[in-house]
Each structure stands twice: as structure tokens, then as C-alpha cells.
Ligand binder design. Structure first.
Ligand code: NAP
Length: 304
């Protein structure tokens, strides 16, 4: 079975691996910089070169944890792509002046957030910057100005969004010189919202590749603690047997990878072998009937 990871070109100066690795939970993994270096190098060897962060992950600690590894092994920076996000202001002991959690998409906040991310990562450029969430108070002219300044200074190569709906995506795109290259949204057999609300159809129309966060529902798919996960596990196990694969995770990733919208899963596991199952899933072709068996198990009823 091939363990090469495909790549997607998102813009003239940025390509990402088809399977990406998410670092939301990095602060809980308790890896030393050396141990993290080993994991990252093993992933790069199987073609997983793109790492997803956000300024706020781990109460503003995850970027810095990754940065310590990059500091120890600077050559690694040339072999990987870093995605990070901005826009959410968390209540945190690190920002004692804040009274509430809120969103800030002002020019100053976006630019300052990127500057902080660059310091945290020990790098001088971010490959892809995403706006973390849509916001009810949002000035697209400020965002456009920030994107242009960050592009011109070489601090960010490409731009995108996360958790946006089509109208929000189009609105921002109409103001920015830069093409928005992705929308990072939650997609898994346990959360089919964006397959149902027109968002994925919109992204196909725009030729924009969706990134799927929590592709295993954060591990909740395996809980067998509610009717949906029980139904899903039964069907996933049956399909895994038919395809002679050991792990149902492979079938979950294949369900995402087989979708015509070119979904890029962001694998959130701390374990190399589990990320490898996502890479191996690129070799699994599900039939359309199998794809719908999983979808219907998620819904708990037939399609209309
Ligand atoms: P996930 O891959 O759905 O879940 C990962 C979790 O599932 C880990 O705790 C992992 O534990 C566990 N897991 C994996 N296989 C398992 C198994 N067979 N049995 C039991 N547990 C299992 O992804 P996620 O971490 O929720 O999210 C992935 C990435 O998406 C994040 O790191 C972040 O980069 C991104 N994200 C983005 C947003 C956004 O708003 N843009 C929101 C959330 C997340 P082990 O470590 O032990 O394998």
C-alpha cells in the first residue's frame, strides 16, 4: 500500500499536503521539543508537511511549543507549511485587561496577531493565515488592508477563512485583492452540517478546497455512547471488513477523501500510526453506496 501523500496547489506560491496535522491539542501531548521533532520528521517523511495552528490554541501556548521544535531544528522550516489563525480574543491570564471573549478583525489586531505568531514559531513567514470565525462586527476594508500589508511584507503567503458560510465568504472575497484559498470547516460522519447547508456546494463552485476540522469528531465517533455513534460504528466496521482494513479510522478518512470537493482532513491525533491511517486512506475507493451508508447511519434515516 502506498504511503505517499498527495499535494494540492492553493496559490502560485503555496501547496499543502492532502493530509494535514492539527495542533489544537498539542499542549496536552506533553512532548519535549525533541519528541515533537521526531513526530514531525516522521510525518514529513510520509508526506504530511502541513501543520494547522491558531494563535489561541492551548491558551496561546501551542504555537510556542511548535516554535521550540523549529528553533532546535531550523532546517525543518523549509520542509513544512504553517497554517495559523487570528481573530478570537480569549479570556486568558495572559491578557488580564480583557473582560470578555470576543472577536477582533481590526487591521491592528490582525497584523499584531501575525507578528506574535511569527515570534512564537521562530519564523519570518506564515504560509497560510485564516480568519478563525465569522463575526457579527466585521469591517472587510480593514481585513483587506491587513492582508495586503502582510502579503507585501512577505509575512504571509496566502489567506483564507474558517467556519464561514457562503455569503460571508463572498462578502470578504469581494474586498480582498488576494484569493481566499480555503474555508476550514467541521466535517465528519458525526457532523454533516456543511454537506447539507450548501457550503460545500458553494466551495466546489468557487474551486476552493475545504479543510475538514475534527474529522473523527474529536474522537467522539468511537464513543458508542449515543445512538448515532453506535449506528456509525456498526456500518464503519462492516465497510472496513469489506475493504480488508484494520481500522475504522481509515474508512472515515476515505469517506472524506472520496468526496468530490477535494476535502483536506486535519488529523488531530498525537500518534504517528493514527495519522498514517489517514495517509493510507488515500488508497481506498468507497462505492457511492458505501458513502451513503455512512451518511445515512449518521442521519438515522433514509435520504428523501
Ligand atoms: P480529530 O482527529 O477528530 O480528533 C482527534 C482526537 O481523537 C484526539 O484526541 C485523538 O486522540 C482522538 N482519537 C483518534 N483516534 C482515536 C481512536 N481510534 N479512538 C479514540 N480516540 C481517538 O480532530 P481534532 O483534534 O478535534 O481537530 C483536528 C484539528 O482541527 C485541530 O488540531 C485543529 O488544528 C483543527 N480545528 C480547527 C477548528 C476551527 O475552528 N478552525 C476547530 C477545531 C479544530 P490521540 O491523540 O490519542 O490519537
Amino acid at each position: 500500500m502506498s504511503t505517499d501523500t498527495l499535494r494540492f496547489t492553493l496559490s502560485p506560491n503555496l501547496s499543502i499536503s492532502r493530509i494535514t496535522h492539527g495542533h489544537w491539542r498539542l499542549n496536552n501531548w506533553n512532548y519535549s521539543p525533541k519528541e515533537l521533532d521526531v513526530l514531525i520528521n516522521n510525518l514529513v517523511e510520509i508526506g504530511v508537511t502541513t501543520f494547522d495552528h491558531a494563535d489561541i490554541y492551548g491558551d496561546y501556548s501551542c504555537e510556542e511549543i511548535f516554535g521550540k521544535t523549529l528553533n532546535q531544528n531550523p532546517a525543518l522550516r523549509h520542509n513544512i507549511e504553517i497554517i495559523t489563525k487570528c481573530g478570537i480574543k480569549l479570556l486568558s491570564a495572559k491578557f488580564p485587561e480583557r473582560k470578555i471573549k470576543y472577536y477582533d478583525y481590526s487591521y491592528d489586531h490582525i497584523v499584531n496577531s501575525v507578528e506574535a505568531s511569527l515570534r512564537n514559531f521562530n519564523t519570518d513567514y506564515i504560509d497560510l493565515l485564516l480568519l478563525h470565525r465569522p463575526a457579527p462586527f466585521f469591517n472587510p476594508e480593514e481585513v483587506a488592508k491587513a492582508f495586503s500589508a502582510l502579503e507585501k511584507s512577505g509575512k504571509v503567503k496566502a489567506f483564507g477563512v474558517s467556519n464561514f458560510l457562503p455569503g460571508q465568504f463572498e462578502m470578504l472575497q469581494s474586498f480582498t485583492e488576494q484569493k481566499l484559498v480555503t474555508n476550514q470547516i467541521e466535517i465528519s460522519p458525526i457532523n454533516t452540517e456543511h454537506l447539507d447547508n450548501g457550503n460545500i456546494d458553494f466551495l466546489i463552485k468557487q474551486h476552493v478546497i475545504p479543510m475538514a476540522w475534527s474529522p473523527l469528531g474529536g474522537g467522539s465517533i468511537f464513543s458508542n455512547s449515543d445512538e448515532r455513534s453506535v449506528r456509525l460504528n456498526k456500518v464503519l466496521n462492516e465497510i472496513a471488513m469489506l475493504h480488508s482494513v484494520k481500522s475504522v479510522e481509515t474508512i472515515i478518512y476515505a469517506w472524506l477523501l472520496n468526496h468530490p470537493s477535494n476535502i483536506v482532513p486535519i488529523v488531530g491525533s498525537s500518534k504517528f500510526e493514527r495519522v498514517k491511517t489517514a495517509v493510507e486512506a488515500q488508497n481506498i475507493n468507497l462505492t457511492t453506496e458505501e458513502w451513503y451508508q455512512i451518511y445515512i447511519a449518521s442521519k438515522g434515516h433514509d435520504v428523501p
